[in-house]
Design a protein around this ligand. Structure first.
Ligand code: SF4
Length: 227
């Protein structure tokens, strides 16, 4: 792939963003029904200098949209946080709420779309609109780092955020796409309730992806200066 193009300067997150009229209106509707829910754009979670960034699709209604933290409080987070814990990226295997004490190490989780979409289906224009935030987020991945895209939309959004055409390389579960700077883009099926219940994505399949991610990060680990 060619070198990354410089993405527009922007923040990784804006709690007051209302760029997407449809999503802002939907959030207002959901907030009225669930006053205790977060119901705002959901910020990335984890270390700002992480070597691994995981890109999901969008907040779930009763998960991230309720808790205000990606993959926290719903079914989609069960396999993700269990696996992150097993591979040493998370301090706890379960994510229940902001303030549950869970911390990520060497890892950050973000979403291609920061606001809850109706039916878990963002429009292409909404994915494009939110891509400036994702571009700023992925720009922090250091040389030798890894991006893990959960699903086709996250894969395409990550490519776009990195300055490539969204169709430059096809999504394929288990695939690893080389990026400039010894970075790599890994693909996995999304760890959604539907995918795990139907066993389209099994824990073993997900662990195999993390085996590959961990191997990449180990091979590309920065050299430690001798004492
Ligand atoms: S989805 Fe992204 S761009 Fe659209 S309103 Fe939410 S934060 Fe803003």
């Amino acid at each position: 792939m060619p070198e990354l193009r410089a993405a527009p300067a922007t923040a990784t997150y804006d709690e007051d963003c209302r760029r997407c009229d449809r999503l802002a209106g939907f959030l207002a509707h959901v907030r009225a029904a669930h006053p205790a829910y977060w119901c705002r754009p959901v910020p990335p979670f984890g270390e700002t200098s992480a070597r691994l960034v995981i890109v999901g699709l969008a907040p779930g209604m009763h998960g991230a949209n309720a808790s205000g933290r990606p993959f926290t409080g719903d079914h989609a987070g069960i396999l993700l946080y269990e696996t992150l814990y097993d591979y040493g990226f998370a301090t706890l295997p379960v994510a229940t709420a902001r303030g549950d004490g869970l911390r990520l190490s060497g890892c950050r989780i973000t979403n291609a779309v920061k606001c809850l979409p109706p039916g878990n289906k963002p429009l292409p224009a909404e994915v494009r609109s939110c891509n400036t935030f994702l571009a700023a987020d992925l720009r922090t991945v250091p040389e030798g780092g890894a991006i893990l895209a959960l699903g086709r939309i996250a894969h395409a959004a990550a490519l776009r955020a990195l300055g490539h055409a969204a169709t430059r390389v096809a999504f394929a579960h288990g695939a690893c796409h080389a990026l400039p700077g010894r970075r790599a883009l890994f693909d996995s099926y999304h760890c959604s309730r539907y995918n795990t219940n139907t066993r389209r994505l099994t824990p073993a399949m997900f662990r195999a992806v993390f085996d590959a991610v961990a191997a990449h990060l180990a091979a590309e680990a920065p050299a430690v200066a001798a004492a």
